[in-house]
Design a protein around this ligand. Structure first.
Ligand code: NAD
Ligand code: 44H
Length: 387
């Protein structure tokens, strides 16, 4: 079995590539990072360090790599010969990889019409669906018809905390022990792709929302509140009792939405939250706040980890979720110079105020009770800072 995986970064090497290799796939990574591509080609293997109570080292073997910018023809050939195409590049990169995926599919259809599955492993609702739309924009009419018949685009939810790496070995990747990969079967063509440890579900909705609105919501609170207190890592921030209480409060609110909306068992969900918080405090990991807080404009989106559960909470319970509001206000104060979206967000706030930013990025009108509450919280945070 052959898999082509776009994005040989943290989650690409640390989770998707390693699980696919363990499932018997020959994995071809596609990336733009020349050093990573060269080393993967030279070594054909890399180390994954699982950082739990004990440190466990696993070797991932039988891998190779291609540069999507300089080896386009080879990438197309690899897609033509693949059983599976996966991605973990970041939602904003999906449009950039769509043309070569479309060209690879056109090449494939001239040779054979075996089923292919495509799975985008990004932190977003409908990630693979979004990739499909980008790919279809680059396919001919005949290519679109063949893709409809022979290519299964499967949405998924992917969960494993993989921090930025600090090892001397650029290929080695340290990960947490926990992992979960839920893949929707709705668009499967023929049999589900054999992936060890993946969880196939008929309806991804409850799973992606549970993951995004618990793990990523809590992570966002820890990161944005932690940034304000000048902590460097999520682990440090979680030792601050005020921050931990806010994380727990926000997860209680998003949890109430998830339990009511999807019928998750309340006890089981409470234990899912506890497990999640335990993961944030894993002393064997050191996860940069700036990584977790990255791309605040994306994270302020109407379907993303803060606004979606906050709006749904307000709609379901007719009350403002003050924990989530704290997270949104702290996000608006994330003025990290190394993050391009943070700079753009600060500029929007300067020109159009909090209301303008919430209207533009979160789709909330100025008289929405959440906007009123976020403005109050933001002003309070600013006042505390100036003391
Ligand atoms: N790290 C985690 O804990 C984690 C967990 C679950 C999901 N995710 C999701 O996985 C995705 C990737 O996150 P990450 O943390 O691995 O980021 P990362 O920056 O470590 O990896 C992204 C990789 O994509 C590569 N890339 C960029 N442009 C490319 C292009 N045009 N073609 C091919 N490769 C390209 C980069 O060079 C990099 O190696 C994001 O959507 C993220 O939300 C991350
Ligand atoms: O990748 P992002 O930017 O959407 O979110 C940052 C982190 O919350 C995220 O990468 C988590 O570590 C991951 O989603 C855990 O499964």
């Amino acid at each position: 079995m052959r898999a082509v995986h776009f994005g040989a970064g943290n989650i690409g090497r640390g989770f998707i590539g390693s699980l696919l290799a363990a499932s018997g796939y020959e994995v071809v990574f596609v990336d733009v990072n020349e050093q990573i591509v060269r080393l993967l080609k030279e070594r054909g293997a890399y180390r994954v360090i699982v950082a739990g109570e004990r440190r466990e080292e696993q070797w991932v073997r039988g891998v190779s790599a291609l540069n999507s910018q300089t080896e386009r023809e080879h990438v197309m050939e690899a897609i033509a010969a693949a059983d599976l195409v996966t991605t973990a590049v970041g939602p904003h990169i999906l449009p950039a990889i769509a043309p070569v995926i479309a060209a690879g599919l056109e090449r494939r259809f001239t040779v054979h019409q075996q089923p292919l599955h495509v799975i985008a492993c990004e932190n977003m609702i409908g990630g693979t669906e979004a990739l499909k739309t980008h790919v279809f924009a680059h396919l001919s009419a005949a290519g679109q018809q063949l893709a409809d018949e022979h290519v299964g685009f499967l949405n998924c939810a992917v969960d494993r905390i993989v921090p930025n790496q600090t090892s001397d070995d650029p290929l080695a990747v340290t990960v947490e022990p926990f992992f979960e990969w839920a893949i929707e079967t709705r668009n499967v063509i023929g049999a589900v792709p054999p992936i060890q440890g993946a969880h196939f579900v008929a309806d991804l909705g409850p799973y992606i929302e549970r993951k995004l609105f618990t793990v990523n919501t809590g992570h966002a609170l820890a990161a944005y509140l932690g940034y304000q207190k000048q902590y460097e890592t999520v682990q440090e921030a979680m030792k601050d009792s005020d921050i931990r209480t806010s994380v727990e409060q926000a997860l209680g609110e998003s949890g109430a939405v998830l339990v009511k909306k999807h019928g998750w068992n309340e006890e089981e969900h409470r234990s899912y939250i506890e497990t999640t918080i335990g993961r944030f405090t894993n002393p064997s990991l050191s996860d940069d706040i700036v990584r977790v807080a990255r791309s605040p404009i994306r994270k302020l989106g109407p379907n993303d980890r803060l606004i979606a559960p906050a709006v749904q909470y307000y709609t379901l319970f007719d009350s403002v979720p003050s924990g989530l509001v704290k997270g949104i206000a702290a996000l608006l104060r994330f003025d990290e110079p190394s993050d391009a979206e943070a700079a753009a967000l600060q500029q929007t706030i300067e020109q159009h105020g909090i209301e303008g930013a919430l209207r533009q990025y979160a789709g909330l009108e100025h008289d929405h009770p959440l906007v009123v509450a976020v403005k109050e919280e933001y002003a309070q945070m600013k006042q505390m800072d100036s003391r």
